[in-house]
Ligand binder design. Sequence first.
Ligand SMILES: Cc1cc2nc3c(=O)[nH]c(=O)nc-3n(C[C@H](O)[C@H](O)[C@H](O)COP(=O)(O)O)c2cc1C
Length: 429
Amino acid sequence: MAHILLRHRDIENIRKLDIYRANGGYEGLKKAVTDMTPDDVKNVVRASGLRGRGGAGFPTGIKWGFIPKGAEEVYVVINTDESETGTFKDRELSEFNPHQVIEGAIIAAYAIGAKVIYNYFRGEFMDAAYAMEEAIQECYAHNLLGENILGTDFSCDFHCHYGAGAYICGEETALINSLMGDLGQPWSKPPFPALEGLYAKPTVVNNTETLANVPPIIVNGAEWYTSMGTGKSAGPKIVCLSGHVNKPGNYEVIMGATYRQIIFDEKYGGGIPDGKAFKALLPSGGSGPVITEEALDAPLTYEGLTEHGSVMGSASLIVMDETTDMVWAALKMSHFFKHESCGKCTPCREGTFWMERVLKRIYAGQGTRRDIEVLGSVAQQIGGRTLCALGDFAINPVLSTLKHFRSEYEAKIRETNEILLTAVAIAAD
Ligand SMILES: Cc1cc2nc3c(=O)[nH]c(=O)nc-3n(C[C@H](O)[C@H](O)[C@H](O)COP(=O)(O)O)c2cc1C
């Protein structure tokens, strides 16, 4: 089946405007601005069931509908921060199919009445940035951006802003602060960006992949889109596959494909190298709870992993084979979250620090049984108590490895430490 999002894999040089247009590009924008009202556009996107591809899965049409009608100054912000561990889909889209992202963003701007689009772009993605800038210039030269787009009275500008590579700046409120030149730290919602976002004006923040879905939805209609996938999870999804698989990379699947198919089918991951056995999967990069073999037949959908205690998130699948030390894996993730915590709220700043410290001790064979309890307890105290979801993400690899692989933690406990600790306790008495 031809790709809907990763179209550059079927059509050479679709990053160029003339090739994109020769293959139906900007027909969605033309249809929207000439034949449809902004409300029509919002209704089609709502009926399509498109949900955010940045991780949280919020329905896109409903989000656009939150923007107050008639507001003077509103913004569309594209989230190309792509900061989740193991995620590299927005980079490929931006580098090789940038016009589809730009077209989706212009349609979003038309729907909500925005005259300016900002693309918050991960600064390290230099090749993707060049491709995106080139595509923007082509749009200005061909009346697809700027004044009176396609001869209508709709005008819109587009700017790219290059972030410095902080995980927290993928969180929408931290992203907005960073875009305004402030410290990249989140604020406590409400206010939600849809009412008070960039420059305190109503703002829609959408993930890059989410917006790339919009042009084909406008061209082909909501029913075409809902015919793919499952009821609550419609359309295509780009999966980022990495870790212990034969063929890591981005794959476009229709929602509902199973995790097992994606890891083992020849047309996707092609199984685990050297015939090793599967051990565990981080289904949403480092931020989602790990799953084990018994969950692999679940469908890749927003709800598919709920009964297994995990989430699809941005669908970055990190595969771990039988040789993986799960305490080491939890430590790696904890190091990442401690490093990336912005420090604004105490439970996240202190909690991620202590989780990493205790995990280091356990991994080095210096831990006690009590350390395992402390680790679990610190994680529990972070959960639900932080300003943004980073804290909740940080505890997922810890609590889920404690749940599924506790014996690996226990195997690292040195009995001598237990004896020493008891001796210290007796002496203190
Ligand atoms: C710590 C953290 C990091 C995030 N990083 C990203 C990111 O890199 N890209 C992204 O699109 N969304 C990211 N999000 C989610 C955004 O806050 C927001 O939900 C998303 O951009 C909305 O777009 P969507 O509705 O199209 O998915 C992150 C959230 C958190 C809490």
